[in-house]
Design a protein. Structure first.
Length: 197
């Protein structure tokens, strides 16, 4: 009986250690710099802000060297990226690529802003005073699969994170029914969308 309890404890401990190491390893990825790469391209590839890569590698400049091994921190999960890309497609399918990046940037800016939920899921699914923050969540258009351009736009927005003009809202003035949004400071107009903070 003692042998069985010892064996069970041993298996539990080994399993715990293995899963502990696995989750730590999954948190960061290591990237070996190749010729022609920049922090911007690497950040875009992994969907991680350049500032986060610099912080994770104790870098104060953007200088990298061929063969250098960089720790790539986990930014957001694959399911969060997918959710963002589905929203980008639903909100900006007929908009120019820059507009898609800007919509993804609004989501990230809200995650980072104290007045909004602090997760991608929370921002996208927010309901305030009975109103959905994003109409595609309410009408179900967010449930369509993301297209390749929306996925690329999300990755670019992630790499660019924290370097924009701070847009927190966007709207199409020709179809907007809430005129409160027009009172916000405009940051940029891209295609049919006006962005504001």
């Amino acid at each position: 009986m003692k042998k069985r309890i010892w064996l069970s404890s041993f298996i539990f401990t080994v399993t715990l250690l293995l899963f502990g190491f696995t989750s730590t390893a999954d948190a960061n990825t290591t990237h070996t710099v190749r010729s022609g790469e920049s922090l911007w391209l690497i950040g875009n590839q992994y969907g991680v802000p350049v500032a986060s890569i610099k912080r994770a590698n104790n870098k104060s400049s953007n200088m990298i060297y061929i063969g250098e091994r960089l720790s790539i921190p986990a930014a957001i999960t694959a399911s969060e990226r997918n959710l963002m890309a589905r929203l980008v497609r639903a909100e900006a399918e007929s908009e120019p690529y820059a507009g898609k990046v800007a919509v993804a940037t609004v989501i990230l800016n809200r995650v980072d802003h104290k007045e909004f939920p602090n997760t991608v899921y929370g921002v996208i699914n927010e309901v305030s005073n009975g109103h959905y923050a994003f109409s595609p969540v309410q009408n179900g258009r967010i449930n369509r699969a993301a297209d390749s351009e929306s996925i690329r736009a999300v990755n670019e927005a992630l790499a660019f994170r924290g370097q924009g003009s701070g847009s927190l809202f966007f709207y199409n003035p020709s179809i907007a029914t809430n005129h409160w949004i027009a009172t916000r400071e405009r940051t940029v107009t891209i295609g049919n969308h006006v962005f504001a903070k």
